[in-house]
Design a binder for this molecule. Sequence first.
Ligand SMILES: Nc1ncnc2c1ncn2[C@@H]1O[C@H](COP(=O)(O)OP(=O)(O)O)[C@@H](O)[C@H]1O
Ligand SMILES: O=P(O)(O)OC[C@H](O)CO
Length: 534
Amino acid sequence: MKYVGSIDQGTSSTRFIIFNESGDIVAVSQKEHKQYFPEPGWVEHDPMEIWSCTCDVIADCLKSSPLSASDLSSVGITNQRETTVVWNSETGEPYYNAVVWNDARTASIAKSLEGKYGPDRFRAKTGLPLASYFSATKLLWLMENVKGLKEGLKSGKAKFGTIDSWLMYNLTGGVDGGIHITSVCNASRTLMMNLETLQWDDDILKILDVPKECLPKIVSNSEVYGVGAKGGYLDNVPLAGILGDQQAAMFGQTCYAPGEVKSTYGTGNFVLMNTGTSQCKSTNGLLTTVGYKLGDQEVVYALEGAVAYCGSVVQWLRDNLKIIQDAPQSQTFAENVDDNGGMYFVPAFAGLFAPRWRSDARGCFVGMTAYNTRDHVCRAALEAAAYQCKEVVDAMVKDSGVDLAAMKVDGGMTANTLLMQFQADMLDCPVYRPVVPETTALGAAYAAGLAVGVWSGLDEIKKNWKCDKQWESKMEAPVREKYWTEWNRAVSKSLGWVEGGDGSSEKQGSGWGKVVAFAAIAAGVGFMMGHKRR
Ligand SMILES: Nc1ncnc2c1ncn2[C@@H]1O[C@H](COP(=O)(O)OP(=O)(O)O)[C@@H](O)[C@H]1O
Ligand SMILES: O=P(O)(O)OC[C@H](O)CO
């Protein structure tokens, strides 16, 4: 039997999981790290803590299993995306805390770039809007605010990277010969990579005044990059796969054919559609991004939609409204009633993300009468996840011209079978949940195993995917239409609540500017939910 390890470095915790050739979990270890909120809307992680958590989970996982590092054919990395680290290559020390993907401090930088260059100059090359969500704005902030950094970056002493780069540098020895790389799908989230050439874009670097010397080398998602450093927990183990976490989930879900879609229901909801080897430019509020690139093979692109409030709404019912004691109870209560009793809940707690991008929206319950109970509130909250996902999927269908044949789902909220049935009903297509729920870690393991021949190719991997449960659409079309119409009416009530808000149309051109709200909202989720994610 062959084994592959996977480091899953997420926003709130780090896991190390060992998989066997069948893609089954053999051993797992997990550790949370601290979230820092030095100012409202700011979110930081300590890169040294992330590195030490990574070492700890590898050590613990190996200790808890009969395996040792030398039994691992290879190890892959999957990571929270966009989060930005800068470090001193002479000391191996970070210059500053990691600025996390959901940190809003750079909203004004994004806005001013948009004012100067328009929304399209960057999007045309990178597939992304100008927003604080993406790494380049974070790097610009660091360059302006950290003493000596600008000079360090220019001289090559200081290095920039996303979390994959930081971990790979340390895993391969740090100051003693650590390598400086990033995977192409992580690079595609920086606002600095050209989606066509898959290289750093000189025009953009010039505009931003970012020296190329500080940037990591862009590598494929599956190849042997190096081996674990001597004396480390992964001594001499090939490090052979890197994927951003949402792309890793798509890979682990074996969405290898154009048109295949995965939807991850965790804190937020991230839907990715494989769009094949040509880019699908969104005109409906989605991101164009790199899905994966295996060694020398052609790149595969994806369309992505991100929804901020998903499982976090259930945590809000538990922690703030205190109407449920735990997440599964949301289903128990929702099942007490036949339907939503005419009420809808739009969880736009700090605006709406994909595909609407409305920072002026706020959360609302609408359609309530004295008939409604706690059970309807639970039902409306769960239904909201399905409606928001449908909005993204509809945008994907419009952008790609591909009808959804089925959707693969993963994430903690897929334990909620009422939601999964309702999702199938609203999408009017089957929804499949796999046996192995850790699709993110599995995706990185597959990438790493492919590079060293554990699996011969995607066809072999595809055979590992097994369905745990599936839901078929059972809803009559007129009922679906009624719900959909009412949901859209409910959303219209949530819009424009923030006075002086953008009040923009839903056109992508103007709406993209409001993506900056993403960070603020996500940061808000962190504050509100006490930063517990997994
Ligand atoms: N049975 C359930 N019903 C509804 N929501 C659930 C259920 N179980 C877990 N969740 C939600 O799923 C989320 C955790 O899922 P997970 O995939 O671990 O998220 P993340 O990786 O973003 O931390 C939490 O927000 C939790 O409220
Ligand atoms: O670490 P997660 O699961 O919260 O994912 C975060 C995303 O990668 C942000 O783009």
